[in-house]
Design a protein around this ligand. Structure first.
Ligand code: ADP
Ligand code: TYD
Length: 205
């Protein structure tokens, strides 16, 4: 039996965590065998990742920490999928392509390398491709307003950078596994839409 792997993506403040939790509760209440997980993970590897963006480290160190956390997380995800579960993941590979893609774009251009394509290429052996990726689309200005009373802020949460990240997400969303949802809709509307997409996916197999 093979489960389904669904990822939630979007810039900080787009509402991923809120939506992923609500979708999890809905699916669970309707009797589905579902798991909710997230990245950075709640393990020592995830702690190392979080530490890297609170301190001054090379953007390459940061990239490889995100990837290191993901490689071990992917082993767990694969096991859950083998058990036939629906796995919901709040951020996964596309977060790296979009965020570290934005952070390293210029540096890699010096070497005639496309940052996002390179990251996709090196990730291939240790990730599992999502069956569905739900992208919450929102302007960075509105997303940042939503975060204005959050106590702990990350260095990624600035308008210029998040604009670039959003552009990257929209490029990635050309791939077939993506659906885009307008994150300005109400939480209920977004959850309804997301659950419909997931039910469609589960029924189609
Ligand atoms: P993310 O995980 O993408 O950073 P969160 O889920 O933490 O975003 O949401 C950030 C803030 O925006 C929270 O205060 C949350 O209650 C609020 N929020 C989330 N979704 C919506 C929505 N659709 N409409 C209005 N506010 C929202
Ligand atoms: P998260 O805790 O999900 O933040 P938020 O709830 O605000 O969306 O993620 C932490 C930060 O790490 C967030 O700013 C996005 C960033 N990030 C990357 O830059 N690359 C990655 O691969 C991942 C998983 C997260």
């Amino acid at each position: 039996m093979k489960g389904k792997f669904i990822t939630f993506e979007g810039i900080d403040g787009s509402g991923k965590t809120t939506i992923a939790k609500e979708v999890f509760t809905r699916l669970k209440n309707s009797g589905r065998d579902v798991i909710l997980t997230l990245e950075p993970t709640q393990t020592w590897l995830g702690d190392a990742v979080k530490r890297s963006y609170d301190e001054e480290v090379s953007p390459f160190t940061e990239l490889f920490l995100f990837l290191g956390d993901r490689a071990t997380h992917t082993q767990k995800i694969k096991k859950w999928l083998e058990q036939g579960k629906i796995v919901l993941c709040d951020r996964y590979c596309d977060s790296t392509y979009a965020y570290q893609g934005a952070a390293l774009e210029e540096k890699l251009r010096e070497f005639r390398m496309d940052a996002m394509e390179w990251m996709k290429y090196i990730s291939k052996p240790f990730i599992t491709k999502p069956d569905l990726t739900i992208l919450l689309v929102i302007e960075s200005k509105i997303a940042l307003q939503r975060l204005s009373n959050r106590k702990k802020r990350t260095k990624f949460e600035n308008m210029g950078f998040l604009k670039k990240v959003e552009e990257n997400y929209l490029k990635l969303a050309k791939e077939e596994r993506f659906v885009k949802i307008d994150a300005k809709k109400s939480i209920k509307e977004i959850v309804d839409e997301a659950v419909n997409y997931i039910e469609e996916l589960v029924k189609s197999s």
